[in-house]
Design a protein around this ligand. Sequence first.
Ligand SMILES: *Cc1c(COP(=O)(O)O)cnc(C)c1O
Length: 397
Amino acid sequence: MFERQDGALAVGGVPLDRLAARVGGTPFFAYDRRLVTERVAEVRKALPADISLKYAVKANPMPALLAHMSALVDGFDVASAREMRHALDTTVPPHRMSFAGPGKTDAELSAAVASGVTVELESARELARIRRAGEELGIRPRVALRVNPPFAAHGSGMRMGGGPQQFGVDAERVPELLRDMGDLDFQGFHVFAGSQNLRADRVCETQRLTVELLLDLAESAPGPVRYLNLGGGFGIPYFGRDRPLDLARVGENLETLLAERLRPRLPQARVHIELGRYLVGEAGVYVTRVVDRKESRGTTYLVVDGGMHHQLAASGNLGQFIRRNYPVTTARPDDPAVGTATVVGCLCTPLDLLGDAVELPHADVGDLIVVYQAGAYGLTASPTAFLGHPAPAEVLV
Ligand SMILES: *Cc1c(COP(=O)(O)O)cnc(C)c1O
């Protein structure tokens, strides 16, 4: 929860109007260090002590945030050469990083092999290409196999498993592929079955199925299994009726799976959980300023200087089927609501809607409008070039 100072929302102890002056204007994204630190501590407390917690960089790759995160988590999961470069600039050693994602180019594979990062292989072709990259460099590639499980993570906002997928190798084809991997530095397996899951029972069930699948596949491994990346997919509440994930329950389930299934059978394997939005999503706000306030046939519009080109997700155009409002407020969120207003961005398209008929405290031209849950999949998941407005600032406070 963001701090208040005399009723004003503060990020990192700095009230937003003062922060806007410090940044030099609006719009901007502000991330709260303390909230990130506290969230990681909560996750650590809930999960078994010997679990490795990795940060999935694509949720928010801001370099200052990665530097902060590097002291808190055990490793990074990257999904592009650029994310890898930023991750390598931190104090996290390369062997604690993994590189996932379909369509890695030869250049990306070579960079990963040269860096000593674990590459999570997504196909038989990728395996052949990384072998070649390793031969050219004279380095034995450090690899894990990403498995497309025979099940999907039910309850996920975004499913990435079950049925045909561009991600990973179909589980039934894994044993055959493993027979051909003896020359590589084989670490283990990766399964990521879905994202944005708020239901603890579903997360637990997915983890249980994942563990059973990996125990099965481990019997065909070319060497001792040292790496088991169980994915994550922990969700955060975005909309009115969303309830936070029961983290304690997920942690207890993992402890049971480790104690009863994994430690006895695969004592050398380190178990990893990789989280993106859960660690940073709620620690960020997107801050804009009202440029115009107008009435149109009974509706009050607040037109702000930002919009979907910076925070696409809040406009409902990033994977929502039915548009719902992200939490939107003013710089004084606890002031009483005085009415409803529709908050729109400055782009000349009706898609640029940040809040539809939101109950708001008083807000007029010059006032700040705040969109919560902006710490993950914000700026880098938005079409910044659309309409050609300047890019927003990002600060970690
Ligand atoms: C995107 C992604 C994540 C992070 O997902 P969140 O919902 O942000 O936690 C983790 N692992 C992989 C492989 C991903 O592609």
